[in-house]
Design a protein around this ligand. Structure first.
Ligand SMILES: Nc1ncnc2c1ncn2[C@@H]1O[C@H](COP(=O)(O)OP(=O)(O)OP(=O)(O)O)[C@@H](O)[C@H]1O
Length: 257
């Protein structure tokens, strides 16, 4: 049986008195590629921040690799590409290669130099994301979409077990996006990296993801198909978890895969 990478039980989260997520249950196994979609303000980024341990649940629990998310020490096991993380200006004092190298530091340790092996890996990833020719340029001289790819490379270079991407398609043209998704697919199929991807649209992503979750404040649906089981492929098991029609009070989604 595949190992559980993320286990969320009875999760609720409130900003001040503004409830955003309520009673979410979700379990993601090793090798799953889960896309979270939903309208603006539905709590997608908040859910990612909770998974990353940047926010603490108001109620319930989130475990990563079997440990409470905010207590996880092996942060290098998670590669994270934040939403709208780009915006470096031309004076930013680091080259593309240096930014990618910095993604290796958590795995190596803060006060240890990178090894020859680390540098080989950085060169491989530069090649994979198509940025070799920009390696010695300041990251701030690249376009927004190219900067996005640098940050993806930085997330990948730590060789994460779990890759979390918040709208990785922002500012990336369709050609670059298609090759990014191909790369992610290879990484998932060959290295078994588990992925959690927030996106507004599934176009292009659908051949990559194994599960889709629609997150809204009141309704969550989950559909899944397994690439490993042909009979399961494209099988849509839509689970409308919340019987909100019966509820008089506003109620919130509760989903599980
Ligand atoms: N730091 C904060 N303090 C208070 N409220 C917040 C904070 N961050 C987000 N919110 C609110 O929480 C709700 C969910 O926000 P969140 O960013 O998680 O949504 P989202 O689904 O990622 O949206 P988008 O698709 O626009 O990126 C929104 O109503 C937002 O206004």
């Amino acid at each position: 049986m595949n190992k559980k990478i993320i286990t969320i039980e009875g999760l609720s989260f409130t900003y001040g008195c503004h409830p955003v997520l309520n009673n979410i249950n979700l379990s993601i196994s090793s090798g799953d590629v889960v896309a979270i979609i939903g309208p603006n303000g539905s709590g997608k980024t908040t859910l990612l921040k909770l998974v990353l341990g940047q926010l603490k649940p108001t109620a319930g629990s989130i475990k990563l690799f079997g440990t409470e998310a905010h207590k996880l020490k092996e942060r290098f096991r998670i590669g994270y590409l934040a939403q709208k993380a780009t915006g470096f200006n031309a004076q930013f004092p680091a080259t593309v290669r240096e930014v990618i190298c910095s993604g290796r530091v958590p795995r190596r340790g803060l006060f240890r130099s990178l090894t020859k092996q680390d540098h080989v890996l950085v060169e491989q990833i530069l090649e994979q994301v198509g940025l070799k020719q920009f390696a010695n340029q300041s990251i701030g001289t690249l376009s927004g979409g190219q900067q996005q790819r640098v940050l993806l490379a930085r997330a990948l270079v730590s060789q994460p077990d779990l890759l979390i991407l918040d709208e990785p398609n922002t500012g990336v043209d369709s050609h670059a996006l298609a090759s990014m998704y191909e790369l992610l697919k290879d990484l998932n199929r060959c290295q078994g990296i588990t992925m959690l991807i927030v996106s507004h649209e599934l176009e292009g992503l659908s051949s990559l993801v194994s599960h889709q979750i629609c997150l809204d404040k009141h309704i969550c649906t989950c559909s899944c198909h397994s690439f490993n089981d042909p009979e399961n492929q494209l099988r849509f098991c839509d689970r409308r978890i919340n019987n909100h029609v019966k509820a008089k009070e506003p109620c919130y989604g509760n989903l599980s895969i």
